[in-house]
Design a protein around this ligand. Structure first.
Ligand code: GDP
Length: 323
């Protein structure tokens, strides 16, 4: 497949070409990587942008139900929506598969939606790059919104936040009065906290939880990228599809404000720099993992262990042979 022609097809919105290109960026083969880089460079010249929405929440909180309902709301407004995932679990045994089409049946049949499950990679770094590149491909294909789903277990939120324009944390109503052990770090990157399952018997608990988080958010340090009232906590029911239009209106308001205040562009520029840095680090680490470098590491490691060489001198010696 010619890269030029694949690129043209993606720009025309061809879904099969998009799927093929995502497979290309997911490949580990060196020739595929070179083609993927060429394709992404070509597409980047068109500078198409979608609203990138990061979405995190623990298993069972209702992410798939939410994406299904929210995605359908957006496509109902004539928008094209892509769903991607960053799955931090190295093995696929147990746990839910993120971005699983069978969990989003209605949306997966929607012509204006495109759903791609996360690639099965062992390294979060590898998944991060592939997802980021898949986001860029979806933008080139003309999607208006890209939802990037992840599980709230730690590092993966940071990865998703670094490729999103908006970050949404989905929570369930809490039984007690504790803040569900949500780490402060996650609260600090959230633009919108949505308390899901605000329906039926869970409604009172959802109301309490929402008030708790609204209070907690007010205590956080004010960020320059927040207009008055943000970050915000709101109640939704993905199952009953209530609160979704209101949440979308808040996302649009926030986006408009950030665009006008210059935060949107600044954020994207900062993210590009961040990923440049990550790419560099990963490329350097990869050079330590070649067979020759490993052999040299083993032998230097033995010398360090026996006291014949200092750790610093050994590291220096290895780095010199890499150059
Ligand atoms: P995920 O693991 O975060 O993707 O969560 P799912 O979307 O698979 O939902 C987990 C469970 O919560 C399922 O049984 C859903 O039916 C249920 N659920 C999801 N959203 C809602 C909601 O808004 N209200 C209620 N009552 N249940 C919900």
């Amino acid at each position: 497949m010619q890269i030029q022609s694949l690129g043209d097809k993606i720009l025309s919105g061809d879904r099969r070409a998009l799927a093929r290109a995502i497979t290309l960026v997911e490949s580990n083969r060196a020739d595929h990587r070179a083609q993927a880089t060429a394709l992404l460079d070509e597409l980047a010249r068109h500078n198409r942008q979608a609203l990138r929405i990061g979405l995190s929440g623990t298993p069972g909180v209702g992410k798939s139900t939410f994406i299904e309902a929210f995605g359908t709301l957006l496509t109902g407004q004539g928008l094209r929506v892509a769903v991607l995932a960053v799955d931090p679990s190295s093995a696929r045994s147990g746990g839910s598969i993120l971005g699983d089409k069978t969990r989003m049946e209605r949306l997966s049949r929607d012509r204006n939606a495109f759903i791609r499950p996360s690639p099965s990679q062992t390294q979060l770094g590898g998944v991060a790059r592939r997802t980021r590149e898949a986001v860029a491909l979806c933008e080139a294909a003309g999607f208006d919104a890209v939802l990037i789903e992840t599980v709230g277990v730690g590092q993966s939120e940071t990865v998703v936040a670094e490729m999103s324009d908006l970050f949404i944390l989905l929570l369930a109503p809490a039984g007690g009065d504790e803040l569900q052990g949500v780490k402060r770090g996650i609260m600090e990157i959230a633009d919108l906290i949505l308390i899901n399952k605000a329906d039926g018997d869970l409604k009172p608990a959802a109301t309490r939880t929402c008030a708790d988080y609204a209070g907690a958010l007010r205590l956080l340090r004010k960020r320059p990228q927040d207009p008055p009232g943000f970050p915000k906590a709101m109640m939704v029911s993905a199952a009953e599809e209530t609160g979704l239009a209101e949440a979308w209106a808040e996302m649009q308001d926030l986006t408009r404000w950030r665009r006008e205040a210059g935060h949107w562009d600044r954020n994207r520029a900062d993210q590009a720099r961040y990923w440049f840095d990550q790419e560099l680090r990963q490329a350097l680490l990869a050079r330590l993992e070649t067979p020759a470098a490993r052999a040299r590491r083993d032998s230097l490691g033995q010398q360090v262990a026996s006291g014949a060489l200092s750790p610093a001198a050994a590291a220096q010696s290895l780095l010199e042979t890499l150059d």
